[in-house]
Design a protein around this ligand. Structure first.
Ligand SMILES: Nc1ncnc2c1ncn2[C@@H]1O[C@H](COP(=O)(O)OP(=O)(O)OP(=O)(O)O)[C@@H](O)[C@H]1O
Length: 267
């Protein structure tokens, strides 16, 4: 797989930070699981991928920040680009890529360290050597996710002692402290109660005013509440494909594909 950085001139400025996914196909060993998936996730907006279990939504997210590199036998074709990031480092250096493309998983996955160290660790790993700068960025990230007031008196306590919702917000802060351009989210609320879900949804909405957000969700109601672009994936002849992509409101109101129409009846 390659990463493209080809946007130029005026188009480049207008679409800076947009995610361009082109012709992604994925095999696990001999088994093709995703074929020829292409779409653009615009900057300052939320794009949601929906579709039944096993149609390859998480696999597409994993390709974008190259988690698939770590799966033995996984083979990815196609390209991913982030407009305006013109260097080729993204191809060579997965650490740089992960700084630009943060990810939030279904289950909160804090490191078994203190609250503070979860964020400090991320910054140290990414070469932020100045202690004052680290302290400042950690505080700002915790404020951004609404955790600062809740945890400021126990920053050295274990992150594992936080509630599930707080852990998820900490994981979001851990991604945000690196100033990513794109945030990927794989069913970020599915392990949370409705109150924690609402909190995370509010944060995602806020985040989308400054970032490119691409999320996978099983909740059609959530996709409807949050997404401005919608991609519908489906297993066709045993392989995951994007069967419809476009403005979320238009697809919810009047889907072009019968399969989408049938799926949205579950909303
Ligand atoms: N590491 C792996 N090795 C082999 N096959 C895998 C691996 N990971 C995923 N798959 C297969 O790839 C297909 C797509 O899985 P994926 O998790 O991307 O689908 P999904 O749409 O995200 O599903 P869900 O909504 O249930 O999370 C499935 O058939 C799955 O079994």
């Amino acid at each position: 797989m390659t990463y493209l950085h080809e946007a130029t001139g005026r188009r480049r400025a207008a679409s800076a930070g947009a995610l361009e996914v082109r012709n992604i196909s994925v095999r696990y060993g001999r088994q093709a699981v995703v074929e020829d998936v292409s779409f653009d996730a615009p900057r300052n907006a939320i794009t949601a991928l929906i579709g039944p279990s096993g149609c390859g939504k998480s696999t597409v997210l994993s390709c974008i920040n190259r988690l698939t590199d770590m799966v033995p036998g996984c083979c990815v074709d196609g390209s991913v680009g982030i407009s305006w990031l013109r260097d080729t480092w993204i191809e060579r250096d997965v650490v740089h890529l992960r700084r630009q493309v943060g990810m939030l998983f279904q289950r909160p996955n804090p490191f078994p360290f203190s609250i503070w160290r979860n964020l400090e660790f991320a910054l140290k790993q990414h070469g932020v050597k100045d202690r004052e700068e680290r302290d400042d960025r950690i505080k700002r990230a915790l404020e951004e996710v609404g955790l600062w007031e809740e945890v400021r008196g126990r920053l050295q306590d274990s992150a594992m002692a936080l509630s599930g919702g707080q852990q998820q917000r900490l994981c979001l802060a851990r991604a945000l402290v690196l100033n990513p351009t794109v945030m990927l989210m794989d069913e970020p609320c599915s392990a949370l109660d409705p109150i924690a879900t609402q909190r995370i949804e509010e944060l995602i909405q806020k985040l989308s005013t400054t970032h490119t957000v691409l999320m996978v969700t099983h909740s059609l109601a959530q996709a409807r509440r949050l997404a401005s672009k919608l991609g519908v994936m489906w297993k066709v002849d045993g392989v995951g494909r994007m069967i419809e992509f476009g403005d979320a409101d238009a697809i919810f109101e009047d889907p072009a594909e019968d399969l989408t129409s049938a799926y949205l009846k579950f909303a």
